[in-house]
Design a protein around this ligand. Structure first.
Ligand code: ZN
Length: 132
């Protein structure tokens, strides 16, 4: 089944950005580093979806570049899809522009791919595989 897995928000400081959610009474996860993406992140579960706060760990991180160009804010929308492999094949066949050609493996072993904003109405779209 399709659903919104999470919304990714680029922030300068996790410590500062997570405050608002803690004040609202939401539970913020422990910080986690994803070396491959050069980010440090926390997850904030909100109902059936989550917010992902992303802080760059390096100047060359996509998050650092995003903030330098546009400031902090919504960075990507992540959709959970039933069959990622099939979805990617279908999109490629239809000429949809992907950020990387291959499905990547993220923290916790989840499989994901990014669709370029030029093919998704200006939004960076992350597709993740639904589990189970
Ligand atoms: Zn994400």
């Amino acid at each position: 089944m399709f659903s919104i897995d999470h919304l990714g928000i680029a922030v300068k400081s996790l410590a500062a950005a997570k405050g608002i959610y803690e004040k609202l009474g939401l539970t913020v996860s422990q910080e986690e580093v994803v070396e491959a993406e050069q980010v440090r992140l926390v997850m904030v579960p909100v109902g059936e979806s989550r917010l992902e706060l992303l802080e760059a760990t390096s100047e060359t991180s996509a998050i650092a570049k995003f903030i330098a160009e546009r400031g902090e804010g919504l960075h990507h929308v992540s959709l959970r899809v039933p069959d990622l492999e099939a979805a990617v094949q279908r999109l490629k066949k239809d000429g949809v522009r992907l950020v990387s050609e291959e499905i990547k493996i993220g923290a916790g072993g989840h499989r994901y791919v990014f669709v370029h904003p030029s093919s998704a109405g200006g939004v960076l779209l992350e597709l993740v595989e639904a589990k189970g």
